[in-house]
Design a protein around this ligand. Structure first.
Ligand SMILES: C[S@@+](CC[C@H](N)C(=O)[O-])C[C@H]1O[C@@H](n2cnc3c(N)ncnc32)[C@H](O)[C@@H]1O
Length: 279
């Protein structure tokens, strides 16, 4: 019992570390990405495991539900680790992120790959989805042409909705509607950790004595993450606007944190959706 409570002695340290994080979330993300020196399994980005193992687990569902002839948009792409993996399975992958430094990094890490592009966009801003839809149409993503309804694009979201507040999640979902057109589908995978912030950082290897450096970097600089599960999905993607095709538990993989060699695993939630009532 006492041992279980000991982790709460971390509270003052965590409060001190997080006190300096910029209150403006977009600034926080950009500052974070500007400080990243390396990515992958031994890098600075805790949610980048440096492996395609997590993606391998998604592929069956992507193949089942998403039209492989359509392009895919990776919303909140970060350094593009998933964008690059998506580009192996779709004709074109577009990564978008609110952080200019993230997009610069993603471009540098994707150098030489022909069917990938990136853009800096706040995907909670009004009109961001229509703009992207038009760009994709120009790229050839909207089959049909001649006034036919736009086929649209698929949307992939990993680890983004759980860092947004409820209003921003709803705004992002509206932008996603504008991208998916008639045939596009959404695949999302988010952390859905059931516990408080102390349980969460303990799960990722923080102890009274030490905090893994990438975790400490995130605590110091980034907005406090929440969780995103079925309840949060039904609020952001309501049944009046979206049809739920499939959902369930999944696992989000991080770089090794609580041990030197194995990815850490965070309980997560996935969903596949399509927009309904299109006018
Ligand atoms: C936890 S990271 C996940 C990155 C990437 N999806 C991955 O799994 O490797 C969250 C990403 O969302 C981006 N982000 C946060 N708010 C955003 C917004 N409003 N519009 C677009 N991207 C956003 C951040 O800059 C960051 O790169």
């Amino acid at each position: 019992m006492l041992a279980a409570l000991r982790k709460y002695l971390m509270v003052p340290k965590l409060l001190r570390l997080s006190a300096g994080a910029p209150k403006d979330h977009h600034l926080a993300w950009d500052r974070f990405w500007s400080g990243v020196k390396t990515t992958g399994a031994s890098g600075d980005v805790l949610w980048d495991s440096g492996s395609d193992h997590e993606m391998q687990g998604y592929l069956g569902r992507l193949r089942l539900h998403l039209d492989p002839a359509l392009p895919v948009v990776d919303i909140g792409c970060g350094n593009g680790s998933f964008t690059r993996q998506l580009a192996r399975h779709f004709p074109h992958a577009v990564g978008v992120d609110v952080s200019d430094h993230a997009v610069r990094r993603a471009r540098a890490e994707s150098d030489g790959l022909a069917n990938i592009s990136y853009a800096v966009r706040d995907m909670t801003a009004a009109g961001a989805g229509s703009w992207l839809g038009e760009e994709l149409h120009a790229l050839g993503g909207g089959r049909g042409g001649g006034g036919a309804p736009r086929a649209g694009a698929n949307v992939f979201i990993r680890g983004v909705l759980h860092v947004l507040g409820e209003r921003d999640r709803c705004a992002l979902a509206e932008n996603v509607r504008a991208i998916t057109g008639v045939n596009g589908r959404v695949f999302l995978a988010e952390t859905d950790f059931r516990g408080n912030a102390i349980d969460y950082v303990s799960h990722l290897g923080a102890t009274l004595r030490s905090i893994p450096a990438p975790l400490e970097g995130a605590i110091r600089g980034l907005p406090m993450p929440g969780r995103f599960g079925p309840k949060e999905r039904s609020l952001a993607f309501p049944a009046s606007r979206w049809t739920l095709i499939e959902d369930g538990p999944t696992t989000i993989e991080t770089m090794p944190l609580s041990n030197p060699v194995r990815a850490d695993l965070i309980p997560g939630y996935f969903a596949v959706l399509r927009a309904r009532n299109r006018d």
